[in-house]
Ligand binder design. Structure first.
Ligand SMILES: NC(=O)C1=CN([C@@H]2O[C@H](COP(=O)(O)OP(=O)(O)OC[C@H]3O[C@@H](n4cnc5c(N)ncnc54)[C@H](O)[C@@H]3O)[C@@H](O)[C@H]2O)C=CC1
Ligand SMILES: O=C(CO)COP(=O)(O)O
Length: 335
C-alpha cells in the first residue's frame, strides 16, 4: 500500500516509521526544504529527533502531486490550521478514491469544524472513502523509538476503521477501533487546553496532587462539552479520552504542556503568545471552545478552559487565576 503523508514534522515522521515498519510505501509531503533534505539525504529529522536514524525507504518531497500519485491513503499530520487549504490543493489531484486518515487534533481555522467534518466539507463521497481519525495517547518522540503505544482508529464506518487498524498495527503500535468520531475529535482537541493548564501548574511549582485534580476535573469538563456536541460518555474513559489527556498533561514531550510550563515560570503569557513558533494546538482550541460556550446556553461550566483563556488571551496572572479557581463556590463533584 502507498501512504501519502502530509507534513515532514514530528508526527508525520513517527507514523511514517510505523507504516514503513509494516512494509508500506511511504512518501512525505513537506514545505520545509531542511526537513525534506534531512529525510532524503541524511535519513534523519534532526529538528525533532536528535538521535534517530530513519530507514532509507522513508522519503520526502515538496511535490504534492508526486506524493498523492497512486496513494491508497492520505495521512494528515500537519497542524489543523493548514488542513483545509492543503485538502483544497489535493482535490484536483485525486484520480482514484482514497481513504483520508486524520491525525491532527484541533479545529479548522475558518469554520471551527472538527477535522472529519472539515475533510468532508472539502472532499466528496465520490472522491474519498469514509474518513478515519487516528487518535490516542501517542507522542511522536516515543513512537519513533518504537515504544509500546495504543491508539484508536475512529470512523463512522466500521470496515474502514478496521482497514486502518490493520494498516498501522504491529508489535509496538496497537490500534483499537471506535465509532465515536464526535467524542474522539472533541476530546483530542479539548485535552490540549487541559495540557496547557497542566504545564502552567507545573511551572508555578505545584505538585502531583494538583495535577491529579486538574486531570480529573479536566476529564469531567471535556466530557460534558463533548456530550453537548453528541459524544458518548464512555469514550472519555478510553484511549481518545482519559488516555490522551493523561499523556499530554504528564509528558515533557507535549508542546502544550511545555507552553504552559513556560507561561507558569514567567508568570505571564504575553511573551509566549507573541514569540511562540512551535505547534501548540491548545492555544487556538482554548479560544474556540471558550467563545463557543460563551455564545451558547449549553448549561455547562468550563472553568479550566475559562482559566486558560484568561491567562492566554487576557494576560492574566496564572497565580491569581489558579487562586480564583480554588476560591469558587464549593459544590458537588458531580456538577
Ligand atoms: N507530535 C505528536 O506527538 C503528535 C501530534 N499530533 C497532531 O499532529 C498535528 C501535527 O503536529 P506535529 O507533527 O506534532 O507538528 P510539528 O510542528 O512537529 O510539524 C508540523 C509539520 O507541518 C508542516 N507544515 C506546516 N504547514 C504545512 C502545509 N501547509 N503543508 C505541508 N506541511 C506543512 C511543517 O513544515 C512541519 O513539518 C497536530 O495537529 C498535532 O496536534 C497528534 C498526535 C501526536
Ligand atoms: O497529542 C499529542 C499526544 O497524544 C501531542 O501533544 P502535543 O501537541 O502537546 O505535543
Amino acid at each position: 500500500m502507498k501512504v501519502a503523508i502530509l507534513g515532514t514534522g514530528s508526527w508525520a515522521t513517527g507514523l511514517a516509521r510505523v507504516l514503513n515498519d509494516n512494509g508500506h510505501q511511504v512518501m512525505l509531503y513537506g514545505i520545509n526544504p531542511d526537513e525534506i533534505d534531512d529525510i532524503n539525504i541524511r535519513h534523519c529529522n534532526y529538528k525533532y529527533f536528535k538521535d534517530v536514524q530513519l530507514e532509507e525507504t522513508i522519503v520526502a518531497t515538496s511535490s504534492l502531486e508526486m506524493t498523492i500519485k497512486d496513494a491508497h491513503y492520505i495521512l494528515i499530520t500537519i497542524p489543523t490550521q493548514f488542513v483545509r487549504e492543503t485538502l483544497q490543493k489535493i482535490k484536483p489531484l485525486l484520480k482514484e478514491k482514497v481513504t483520508i486518515i486524520n491525525a491532527a487534533k484541533g479545529f479548522d481555522m475558518n469554520t471551527n469544524m472538527r477535522m472529519s467534518d472539515t475533510i468532508r466539507s472539502v472532499l466528496t463521497e465520490d472522491e474519498i472513502n469514509p474518513v478515519v481519525s487516528l487518535i490516542g495517547p501517542s507522542h511522536a518522540e516515543e513512537v519513533v523509538e518504537r515504544i509500546l503505544t495504543a491508539v484508536c482508529s475512529v470512523s463512522l464506518d466500521e470496515t474502514t476503521a478496521k482497514d486502518v487498524q490493520k494498516l498501522f498495527s504491529n508489535h509496538y503500535f496497537r490500534v483499537y477501533t471506535s465509532n465515536d468520531e464526535i467524542g474522539a475529535e472533541y476530546g483530542a482537541a479539548y485535552k490540549n487546553v487541559i495540557a496547557v493548564a497542566s504545564g502552567v501548574i507545573a511551572g508555578l511549582g505545584y505538585g502531583d496532587n494538583t495535577r491529579a485534580a486538574l486531570i480529573t476535573r479536566g476529564l469531567h469538563e471535556m466530557s460534558l462539552y463533548g456530550m453537548i456536541k453528541g459524544a458518548k460518555q464512555e469514550t472519555y474513559f478510553g484511549l481518545t479520552g482519559i488516555g490522551d489527556l493523561v499523556v499530554t498533561c504528564s509528558s515533557v514531550h507535549s508542546r502544550n504542556f511545555q507552553a504552559g510550563y513556560e507561561i507558569g515560570q514567567s508568570h505571564r503569557a504575553l511573551d509566549f503568545m507573541t514569540h511562540n513558533t512551535k505547534t501548540c494546538e491548545g492555544v487556538r482550541t482554548c479560544k474556540v471552545i471558550h467563545d463557543d460556550v460563551m455564545s451558547h446556553d449549553y448549561g455547562i461550566e468550563t472553568p479550566i478552559v475559562d482559566a486558560v483563556y484568561e491567562v492566554l488571551y487576557k494576560n492574566a496572572s496564572p497565580q491569581e487565576v489558579v487562586a480564583s479557581l480554588m476560591n469558587r463556590d464549593l459544590k458537588s463533584e458531580q456538577l
